[in-house]
Write a protein that binds this ligand. Structure first.
Ligand SMILES: [Zn+2]
Length: 680
């Protein structure tokens, strides 16, 4: 079957934020899949460039710089170079790994902004913002802490309460304070530029509807946003660190990081071609409709890449729009979400010290969170390496090469004729190669990998069924043909596994003394080995991973989880004992009265009957429930929560609710039960 030939692809991987080290969840989400894809595309003869770089602006970096007392440059250098090395170690090979702090990027981002401005697309709005007179600056959301208006947590951030997960704005915080100086800010007006995303609602809707081949998770996400209705988004902020707004009277303002970071893909492409001495070369990748622009990202970035950036490109004009946005879900570690603050992330810089690049790439590729969150465990890495890589693929290559060494003077035996079995075998390889390509074309990397391993399984079966150890005595010519077939199979395996396991593929081709330079995907079904040639040195492709190597890591993980709990992270992930749980008294309560809290967008005040007593609580659910919906309902109450005041109203407990994205539902009982009943 002919494949799509000579297409042009511009493949991007999400720009990692340069204030933390990348972990394996990032790799499985947005970096290994495009690397596999790009390697495959190149083998298939397509013209591909692969773009990435560090995202180096924003409040988190400015904040880290102030807290550590070092220039922002020092923070971003630390993570940029470490993360670049991590990608190199994992053989994730970008054509360029740029940085948004580069001058070229500032220039490109400003030009983009000015074009939208000059076309009259941008709007301006004046908002109230917190301003520190002591620091003489506006305080961006992460620069403010205060009491959460929803749950009463005293160290809520200006953008989010880490205790209850509510999205906040700094003005909603009770007793706001500057995180740097502790200064109490005043409210001041500030004018900002907005990108009118709402104006692009219809165009985006029509465009998304043409994307019938996109992954379902991505389409669902986009359609959810479109259904809710897109809102205009502020694209400037009062900060020092970032791309300055390129207009007069806008001192102290920078372009918001979510707006300029994706423009980084354009800048990196420009830089790549400048480095090649072809300053105009980037244009065919961004302006030519025949180029397929593909953004690989994690699900937390879908809205930026599938809606906002396309709208920016539509507004600007000239640029092509994304061809596909194959976003992945999340990879968890032993059931825990990867999180730096909770100590559950496995950092790239650590794992590459312990295991081979092939073992890591294989274990991650076999566990990619393509359609749902998946779980990584060290035991799985060990089992994948030992039971699949070593026992199936490594074993086949090794037994074949050892046989040729012992019985055919370490040479590729010359074949005299093609047996029926041999013809059938390579017809099978041809069909598998097509099937793998179809899966890779459709971003189904796990299926592609599993079909590649099926070739290795069948190769072992061929070796077993033909019994070369018997043939060598009874029919040496036939034995030579079988071993020749097996060596050709080694070549096929080196090709189909090449996108996944570049190291192992190189090693196999080196043993076979086959040329790597002109390798093509189609060669898998037409192996290029030289009959009669002496084989290279045999090496064990996938050494066994011993139990001790694994138990060491498992121990480290649980230590980290334990540290996390005692470290005061009260987000509730991590394991607790039954005694911990018993500290929480949960009771059924009946809602007697319910009303809105004046001047609050989020709070409802509830009067509850809990057995023979009454209680009052304040809950941040008014965006999801009207007061009259709740009266008479049975809810689950945390009865022994320390009372707190929310907007001056005492709250004597907390109700339980389930939240996913924007959806929130209170927890209630299956059938009637009297209030005061204990829940356990
Ligand atoms: Zn809260």
């Amino acid at each position: 079957m002919p494949m799509q030939k000579n297409s042009r692809y511009l493949v991007t991987a999400a720009l990692p934020y340069a204030n933390s080290f990348t972990h394996i969840g990032h790799i499985a989400g947005a970096y290994l899949p495009p690397d596999i894809y790009v390697r495959y595309r190149r083998l298939a003869g397509d013209e591909v460039i692969f773009i990435c770089g560090s995202d180096e602006h924003g409040t988190a970096i400015e904040m880290a710089s102030i807290q550590e007392g070092v220039p922002p440059q020092q923070i971003i250098d630390r993570y940029h170079f470490a993360n670049k090395k991590g990608f190199d170690d994992l053989k994730i090979e970008f054509d360029i790994y740029s940085r948004t702090s580069n001058e070229e990027h500032h220039k490109t981002a400003k030009e983009f902004f000015l074009t939208l401005y000059e076309k009259g697309i941008l709007t301006q709005k004046t908002d109230k913002q917190l301003f520190s007179e002591k620091e003489n600056r506006f305080l961006a959301d992460r620069f403010v802490t205060g009491t959460c208006p929803v749950c009463g947590y005293e160290n809520a951030r200006g953008d989010e309460c880490e205790n209850c997960g509510s999205n906040l704005s700094p003005l909603e915080l009770i007793n706001p304070k500057s995180k740097i100086t502790g200064d109490t800010p005043v409210v001041k007006e500030s004018t900002h530029f907005y990108f009118p995303l709402a104006d692009f609602q219809q165009k985006l809707d029509e465009w998304i509807n043409t994307k019938t081949d996109w992954k379902q998770n991505v389409l669902n996400y986009c359609k959810g946003w479109l259904k809710t209705g897109l809102k205009d988004r502020a694209i400037t902020r009062d900060l020092d660190w970032g791309v300055k707004v390129p207009l007069k009277d806008n001192e102290g303002k920078v372009i918001y990081v979510w707006f300029e970071a994706p423009i980084g893909y354009i800048t990196a492409t420009k830089e790549l071609f400048q480095n090649k001495g072809d300053a105009e070369g980037w244009k065919k990748y961004w302006f030519d409709e025949n180029t397929k622009l593909i953004h690989f990202i994690g699900k937390d970035n879908i809205v930026f890449h599938a809606l906002i950036f396309p709208a920016m490109l539509m507004g600007h004009g000239d640029y092509i729009l994304p061809y596909n946005v194959p976003a992945n879900e999340f990879l968890n570690i032993g059931g825990l979400k990867q999180s730096k603050s909770r100590g559950t992330g496995i950092l790239v810089k650590d794992i590459v010290e312990k295991f081979s690049v092939d073992s890591i790439r294989y274990a991650l590729a076999a566990t990619l969170p393509e359609n749902r969150d998946t779980d990584f465990t060290w035991e799985d890495l060990q089992a994948r390496n030992n039971n699949e890589l070593a026992a199936i693929l490594g074993n086949f290559v090794n037994r074949t090469v050892v046989f040729a060494k012992n019985k055919f003077e370490n040479k590729i035996p010359v074949r005299s004729s093609d047996s029926t079995e041999s013809v059938e075998l390579f017809n099978y390889v041809r069909n598998q190669t097509t099937l793998i390509a179809q899966n890779l074309d459709a971003f189904k990397f796990k299926d592609a990998l599993s079909e590649a391993m099926n070739i290795a399984r069948n190769a072992n079966k061929y070796f077993n069924d033909t019994e070369p150890w018997k043939l060598i005595k009874s029919d040496k010519d036939k034995c030579a043909a079988v071993i020749n077939d097996c060596l050709r199979l080694c070549f096929s395996l080196a090709v189909v596994f090449r996108p996944f396991l570049p190291d192992a593929s190189d090693k196999i081709l080196k043993i076979l003394k086959s040329s790597i330079a002109d390798l093509k995907w189609d060669d898998a079904a037409n192996p290029k080995i030289n009959d009669g040639e002496e084989l290279g040195e045999n090496i064990i492709l996938f050494p066994i991973i011993e139990d001790e190597q694994i138990s060491k890591n498992v121990k480290t993980d649980s230590n980290e989880a334990a540290n996390t709990q005692s470290g005061g992270d009260d987000s509730g992930i991590g394991l607790i004992t039954i005694d911990d749980f018993k500290k929480v008294v949960l009771k059924i309560a009946e809602v007697l009265e319910c009303e809105n809290v004046p001047n609050s967008k989020k709070l409802l005040k509830l009067r509850l009957k809990v057995g023979d007593k009454e209680k009052q609580i304040v809950s941040g659910i008014s965006e999801h429930y009207r007061p009259e919906d709740l009266i008479g309902k049975s809810i689950v109450l945390v009865d022994n929560l320390k009372p707190s005041k929310l907007m001056g109203i005492e709250s004597q407990g907390m109700l339980l609710a389930a939240k996913l994205g924007k959806e929130l539902r209170i927890v209630t009982t299956d059938g009637a039960i009297d209030s005061g009943a204990e829940v356990n």
